[in-house]
Design a protein around this ligand. Structure first.
Ligand code: ADP
Ligand code: ZN
Ligand code: ZN
Length: 665
């Protein structure tokens, strides 16, 4: 054991040998300070060996073993190694990026006294009462707990409509696991959007037994919670996707809530899917995992079809007073919309307002209008640095690029022909808000989008305002559909879902379907049947027909069959090589060489490089190369040597990265 193998945060697929006189086998996973490229950097010991390829005169000694914090457990290291292999990402970077930022510097951790965090005011929303489980809930708990007692890996896919009582099922299972002295990991998509779930868990189990892990925790708190993970439990860990990369000893159960949510996939650096990796961790820990959603992903539904996941359904709302929403399609050909809203939609909103009920208006675009348009020469405001349009933000009197953040003042005249009659084209949240205030004077309207929900607590504040009855109409983007514990509303209007039906992105329909079911799920509180109005020019489309029948599973089946016919994921497996740079020719040349550097075997298809869906952002051209295979292991067997060859290609002036199981191609 003369040499230490040290993982470093460098983009090389290898570890580095260092000498260390006093390292012990227990130091595996320990943080160390080493000199690399003449600078002190943080490393993590990931192995020992008796030999080294590095010539003796170039070997250096470790500067310090930082034993103030416990080493990363071996099973965690082993899992991170799997991640690195699966995503074809340097192991050293996976290890270092899995640490909380506060532990990534090459210094000893100083446990400082932290200010007691201001306690949030207790959640005043209803639903904290513990209910006796209803028979379907109980049956589900019984089925899943069969895998708890003799600790057995199994994946349970829980498809339960909004309000069917999935959370109560999670809590009942968690209680069993804690009683057996083991830990529970509860993954949520975004901590901001699930305050009620977090509050319910805390109310149920008490503060002391709950740890949270998400990127919004201040540096010190995040390190403390990371350290607390490794203390003896039992406890519940509530985390966002990054929690899946943390040490998780004694796991008895993993729950992934809203498993379809795209925020489980990291979109930069190590592009991991926390949901997929959660399944891997459950298998490693030999414990069951529950994937819950009202609108499960096609990936998970396919596994259920194949019998690898057990599918369970909760089809009725748990609250006996709740009634299912009434879903209606408004044919835009018969009822043309002005400023986004058709007359019947407006009438329904007016009616809810007069009854003192709350409504929600859902649109896919923030800003006032998607763009500014010249009526005489058809010029449209485009971002000079991206391939996107500039979005009109009327209140700020700006045209903004949502891709690169560029802000320009709104031109008075058409830069092309000088015409002064520039018009907004299309609708955004701001335009709807303005149209609603005109049509419904006196209504208290609140806009909910990335522009108004910037602050950490804004979503919680919005919820509080809704619960306090201070808002009549909330106008918002998909944030509202993702607000998983948004209070129930009497009426929901969906403004313009049609674009997704004809999108070039083969996942657009799946996403729209999920969003529509999620927003529809917000309608109807105890005793009041909610109304959902969907404005569309294609009311006969099977997607909308499935929505009115409230048959998510039925249409998901149709989509799955389509994917099989077309040879698309999840029936096939993909990886995308992304490259970007200022000089488009270089980007293309890189992907061309990548395409040629290693011939794929039969069963793997490497497509020609094409411009990315958004072909330019902030002056950088973006191209991509798609690799597709029916067989996952065949694909990965080829990606490994291919990546090695790619690392040897000249790539100056550009960035490239591989995305395995990409979510947007
Ligand atoms: P989901 O997580 O599936 O959206 P929840 O667990 O939040 O559903 O439950 C929806 C509502 O029904 C909550 O107000 C909850 O308190 C209530 N509820 C859940 N289970 C029961 C039950 N067995 N009996 C009565 N009400 C219940
Ligand atoms: Zn013009
Ligand atoms: Zn731009």
């Amino acid at each position: 054991m003369k040499f230490l193998q040290v993982a470093l945060d460098v983009p090389l697929a290898r570890e580095f040998d260092y000498l260390c006189a006093d390292a012990q086998p227990e130091d595996l996973g320990q943080r160390v300070r080493v000199i690399f490229a003449n600078r002190p950097v943080l490393g993590v010991i990931v192995g020992f060996s008796d030999t080294s390829d590095v010539p003796a005169e170039r070997l250096r000694a470790v500067e310090a073993v930082l034993r103030e914090t416990p080493p990363m457990p071996a099973d965690c290291l082993q899992f991170l190694r799997f991640c690195a292999r699966y995503y074809h990402y340097p192991f050293g970077q996976v290890v270092l990026q899995s640490l909380p930022p506060g532990l990534r510097r090459p210094v000893a951790w100083q446990p400082r006294k932290v200010r007691k965090v201001r306690a949030r005011k207790p959640d005043d929303s209803p639903g904290h009462a513990v209910h006796a489980l209803n028979p379907p809930q109980q049956a589900l708990v019984d089925a899943i707990s069969a895998d708890l007692a003799p600790q057995r890996f199994a994946v349970h896919l829980l498809q339960g409509i909004t309000g069917s009582g999935k959370t109560e099922v999670y809590l009942a299972l968690a209680a069993q696991v804690l009683a057996a002295g083991r830990n529970v990991l509860l993954l949520v998509p975004e901590i901001n959007l699930t305050p009620q779930l977090v509050a319910r868990v805390r109310a149920h189990f008490g503060e002391a037994e709950v740890i949270d892990l998400h990127s919004q925790l201040a540096g010190v708190a995040r390190v403390r919670n990371w350290l607390a993970l490794q203390q003896p439990g039992p406890r519940i860990i509530i985390g966002t996707r990054l929690a899946i990369l943390c040490p998780l000893p004694d796991l008895g159960l993993i729950v992934v809530d809203e498993e379809h949510d795209t925020s489980y996939k990291q979109q930069e650096g190590l592009r991991y899917s926390a949901r997929d990796m959660a399944v891997v961790r459950a298998r490693n820990a030999a414990c069951p995992i529950v994937l819950g959603s009202a609108t499960p992903s096609l990936e998970s539904l396919l596994q259920a079809r194949r019998g690898r996941y057990q599918l369970h359904r909760l089809e009725v709302r748990a609250d006996p007073r709740a009634r299912p929403p009434q879903i209606e399609l408004l044919d835009l050909r018969a009822w043309p919309a002005r400023d986004g809203l058709s007359d019947p939609a407006l009438a329904t909103l007016r009616d809810s307002l007069s009854k003192g009920q709350q409504s929600l208006v859902f649109i896919n675009r923030r800003g006032f209008a998607p763009t500014l348009w010249c009526a005489s020469c058809a010029w449209m405001a485009a971002c000079p640095r991206c391939s996107g349009r500039l979005v009109l933000h009327l209140r700020a009197r700006q045209a903004r690029c949502h891709l690169c953040g560029l802000q320009q003042s709104v031109p008075r005249n058409c830069p092309n022909c000088g015409n002064a009659d520039l018009r907004p084209a299309g609708e955004g949240t701001q335009r709807l808000e303005a149209a609603l205030s005109l049509a419904l004077p006196g209504a208290r309207i609140l806009r909910v989008d990335a522009d108004t929900m910037g602050g950490r607590d804004s979503f919680a504040d919005l919820r509080t305002q809704m619960l306090a009855g201070e808002v009549d109409i909330a106008v918002g983007t998909q944030m509202l559909s993702k607000g998983h514990d948004f209070p129930a509303i009497a009426c929901v209007v969906v403004v313009n879902p049609d674009a997704a039906l004809f999108s070039a992105d083969f996942r657009a329909a799946e996403r729209m379907l999920a969003q529509l079911f999620q927003v529809a799920g917000r309608a109807g509180r105890a005793g009041v049947a909610g109304r959902v109005l969907v404005q569309t020019a294609h009311p006969a489309h099977p997607l909308f027909q499935a929505l009115t029948r409230q048959d998510y599973a039925g249409y998901a089946d149709v989509l799955l069959d389509e994917r099989r016919l077309c040879g698309l994921p999840p029936e096939t497996h993909q990886a995308v090589l992304h490259a970007s740079g200022i000089q488009e020719a270089r980007v293309q040349a890189f992907l061309d060489s990548a395409r040629q550097v290693l011939a794929p075997p039969p069963g793997i298809e490497v497509f020609d490089p094409v411009p990315a869906p958004i072909a330019r952002i902030a002056n950088k051209y973006r191209w991509q190369l798609l690799v597709e295979a029916k067989d996952r292991s065949l694909l990965h067997g080829w990606l490994t040597p291919w990546m090695t060859l790619l690392r040897g290609l000249p790539a100056s002036g550009l960035n490239w990265v591989l995305d395995v199981d990409p979510q947007d191609v």
